[in-house]
Design a protein. Structure first.
Length: 153
């Protein structure tokens, strides 16, 4: 009987450890088990998204307020259409706000940063950012710098 109690205790400990690992993995990856029902989606068109990827963070004033949920090429405008999901608690983003693709650090991951506008009306589900700023691609900047120095000689 005592051996069975030890086996059950060890089994429960292993199951608890596995659940803890799953929770840590979900937390680190940014995924969640629950569906975000109160999120709303906004769209921005960018001429270059650089290395922006799905599930990249969306931040405002340095605080993560959402995630990138879609990146696709728009055949009509010849631009990248980026769809972001904003947490419903942040439902007061002014209509004239700017969406920019930024890089954390020198060579870090890219994310969407929202600069707050001053309009009294707010963006709602399905709205589009009127003002966007595309990603700065490091290779393009280096190329432009090198071409400028070559042309001067």
């Amino acid at each position: 009987m005592r051996m069975r109690t030890v086996e059950i205790s060890v089994g429960a400990f292993i199951v608890a450890g596995m659940l803890a690992l799953v929770m840590v993995a979900l937390r680190v990856s940014g995924l969640s088990i629950s569906a975000a029902d109160n999120d709303y989606r906004l769209v921005g068109y960018f001429s270059n998204v650089g290395g922006l990827s799905l599930r990249a963070k969306v931040s405002m004033s340095g605080v993560a307020i959402g995630r990138v949920v879609g990146i696709e090429f728009d055949r009509d405008s010849y631009e990248a259409k980026v769809t972001i999901a904003i947490n419903g608690t942040y439902d007061n983003i002014p209509l004239d706000s700017t969406a920019s693709i930024l890089t954390s650090g020198l060579l870090g991951e890219q994310y969407v940063g929202i600069s707050v506008g001053g309009d009294m009306e707010y963006l709602v589900d399905g709205d589009q950012f009127e003002d966007t700023q595309s990603a700065l691609v490091l290779e393009e900047l280096i190329g432009k710098f090198l071409l400028n120095t070559v042309e001067k000689n």
